[in-house]
Design a protein around this ligand. Sequence first.
Ligand code: M6R
Length: 615
Amino acid sequence: MCGIVGYLGDKPSEYIILNGLKKLEYRGYDSSGLSILTNNGDILTEKEIGKIVNLENLIFKNDISQYHSKCGIGHTRWATHGEPSKENAHPHTDCTNSISVVHNGIIENYSSLKDDLINKGHKFLSKTDTEVIPHILEDFIKEEKDILKALDRTLSHLKGAFALGILIKNSNPSLIGVKKGSPLILGIGEGEFFLASDVTAFLDYTNRVIFLQENDIVLVDKSGYSIFNNCKKIIRKEEVIRWNSSQAQKGGFKHYMLKEIFEQPEALYNSIIDKVNFEEKSIIFDEFDTEFKNFLKEDIKIVISACGTSWHSSLIGKFLIESMSSIPVEVDYSSEFRYRNRKLSKKTLIIAVSQSGETADTLEAIKRYKGDNKILSICNVVGSSIPRESDFTIYTHAGPEISVASTKAFTTQVIIFYTLANYIGRLRDEITEEIWVDNIETLKNFSKLVQDTLKTNSYINKISPELAKYSDFLYIGRGINYPVALEGALKLKEISYIHAEGYPAGEMKHGPLALIDENFPSVVLLPKDRLYEKMIANLNEIRSRRGKTIIVTDEDNIEELNNYSEIIIKIPSINEFLQPILITIALQLLSYHIADFKGCDIDQPRNLAKSVTVE
Ligand code: M6R
């Protein structure tokens, strides 16, 4: 849940680390800190609560550039053990201030380790689980000449999933990274090296990377780096990242969220272009082998496991797969699925859906069934943990999503489900040639329709100030748009702190209608589909209780709808299966502008973090 940065090179380390931490602020932002090796060889640590800018001000005030440091580590925190405070902020050091550690993840057995260390005379300053690490290492460094052996013995005492950045005084190497369960990436520049939880931290300097693998330890010094696994030196493949650093910046938009909403035409196109051949009217998944393709033709079931927004896209995925094939699909929250006492038949395919690929509950859910069941993941972050635990992965290619509120990740997941559902339906001979061709054709101009949907931005901006005064909203939809109502409500509550609920419109009379009065507006998802008349009936129910309505529709006859609402968001029309994407984009903009009018911290809403790497 936190962000780690490490640097060794020729540049002022505090500058590189701060720059990296700013890029990682989305991973956690309740406090931050850094440790540098000074020109005297000492470790100097600075910490501050709140955002990275507070740490930056502190460092400026204390003028740490006077130490001409070329090596250091930094951390941005999202509290798990101990409240956000200077004491609990990372880095944490040992008793002699010779070892400094930054940590992402959880040390599950820290409490008993801490008791043992205190009994041996170690002094602790924080309430964190992290602080045991420098103290254990301190003892083993005294006993072992070889730093690798000392590290290995330290790691053998730690239970949990984590990544570490370590700085050691009077040692060559002085910068160390450890990956065990949480992401850690090595960046390789010209005579300089970086460690980070996410490549965005160092993309300003290099795009050459190594995604460290489970139990890797990387030792970095001026002459280069060495990677060890189980104390054996190994070679890991270097990769080149295609995202440039400006892709990970706000690009002129006021917030990352708005930028990411506007990136959707391209993100959606990128997500399918390597799969769909418009000329040949074919869909190819190079990710699958022949055995898996044959498996998809069998009498199978699918269970989809996901959290939050990814859970909503999975509900749409269920609708799509069940519409185009006879495969029954269940969707479960990963946090429930992982603890359910359930034996799945071998003929059950598990699909894990995650933007980050690091969500702890989804990761644990698939680990539980790995080996017994085939696991397919749909993921946005290449090389992240969930793909590595999966048999097959379809990447969404949405590019980096920085804003905590997920936008382009959701719509790209939906388009992948659309492509996959068509593919499975065709493979099983369960959709006709005519529908198949029509569904592929529909994708051809889709980016243009997404662009047209984004034109609603100025209208939505105009209507939002008036809507921002309400404290509750209901979102209703039917069929494939019921999950869209859930997603619209989640987006509003997450970034504007306004209470919102999503409901299937047919449930109104079974309870929610009691809420409706002039102070409780409803966002009504009204595509001109086979359930249109049913939705009009729901609109009437709301209007006759003096409820305010906001309609999102592709219906051209706006005149008719004027009788039901003064606020109508008109979006383009497309087939029933892709309409959720266009409706969602309008709802993303609605949440964004309401939250912006309220002056909320849109990209980093209170109490939330971008990737939830702890349960
Ligand atoms: O990275 P994941 O897709 O696994 O994340 C799952 C949820 O934490 C995430 O979608 C969350 O609900 C978003 N903040 C919603 O905008």
